[in-house]
Design a binder for this molecule. Sequence first.
Ligand code: HMG
Ligand code: MG
Length: 302
Amino acid sequence: MVKHNFPKKVHIREVGPRDGLQNESNFIQTEDKIEWINLLSASGLSYIEVTSFVNPTWIPALSDAELVAKQINKFDEVTYAALVPNMKGLTRALESKIDEVSVFISASETHNKKNINKTITETETVLSEVVRESIANNKTVRGYISTVFGCPYEGNVEIEKIIRLSDSLFEMGIDELSLGDTIGIANPLQVNFVLEELLKRYPADKIAMHFHNTRGTAMANVLASLEMGITKIDSSIGGLGGCPYAPGASGNLATDDLNYMLTGMGIQTNINSDKLHAAALFIQDKMNKPLESHSLKYSSTN
Ligand code: HMG
Ligand code: MG
C-alpha cells in the first residue's frame, strides 16, 4: 500500500453564488438564485458564500444581495458568508443577517486599485475597521488575498508581500485566510513554496486555498495543498466563476469535480453527490449554456 499524507476530511467552501455569478453579464433572477442556494444547502455543503455587498454598479450580477441573503432557507449546519469591501457593505451584510463576513485585498497594487479603487495601504485601513466591527457583532471573518500566485497587470508577486498581508489580516482578527490564485496561473511547486512559508507562521486549519482553473492546474494545486495539510478548499459548482477586474480570470475549480476526486480518495466531504449534481444542473439550465465542470460534461454524454 502506498503511503500518503492526505487529510481524512476536507471542508469545501462553496463560492459559486458569489464568485461564480459576479462575472456573468446574464442576470440570474433573484428567485432562481434563492432556489439554487437552497439546493446547494440541501447537498450537505457546510459553507456557502451567497453574495457580495459591494457597490452594485461595480457588480450588477449581485445587485440583489439583500434579497438573496434574507430569503434563502438557512440550514443550521451551513455557514452563509458574503463578500464585504467596506463599512457600507458591512452595514448591509449585518442587516441581512449573514453568518460570516469575507473581506478581500490584493497582493498586487494594480489589481487592488482596479478591483476596489484603493491602494493596498488604504484598503488595510478600511478592512481593519470592517473586521473590528464584524467581531463586535459576533461575526466570524474570512480574509482573502488575491493575486497570490501572479497578477494580470504586474506579473510575479513576491512572497514577502503575501506574508506581510497575511500578518496584517491575522492581526486584524480574521479567523481564516483564503489564498487566491485569481487568474489561475499557479502550479503545484508554487503552491508548495507559498504554503511552506505561511505554514511556518500559521496552522494549516487557518488557511484555505482558492484556485481558478484557467490553465487546468487547479486540481493538481489542490493535491499539492492537501499533501501539505490544508483541509479547506474553495470551489464553485459547475466551475462557474471569475473576477471582472482581472482579465483572463476564468472559472473556479469545480465543486462537483473536487467532490468526485476527494470522495474517490476516501476523503470525507459529507456532500451528497446526487444532490450536488442536481444543483449544478439547475444553475446550468438557468444560465442557458454548458458549464465548465468535467462532471457536468460527462453526465451530458451518459
Ligand atoms: P468606490 O467607487 O471607490 O466607492 O468603490 P466610494 O466609497 O467612493 O463610494 C462611491 C459610491 O458607491 C457611493 O454612492 C457609495 O455609497 C457607494 P453615491 O454616494 O455615489 O451614491 N458604495 C456602495 N454601495 C453599496 N455597497 C457598498 C458600497 N460602497 C460604496 N459596499 C468599492 C469602492 C470597494 C465599493 C468598489 O470598488 C467595489 O464595489 N468593488 C468590488 C469589486 C468586486 O466585487 N470584485 C470582485 C470580488 S474580488 C474577487 O473576485 C477575488 C476573490 O474571488 C479571490 C481570488 O480569486 O483571488 C475574492
Ligand atoms: Mg475568485
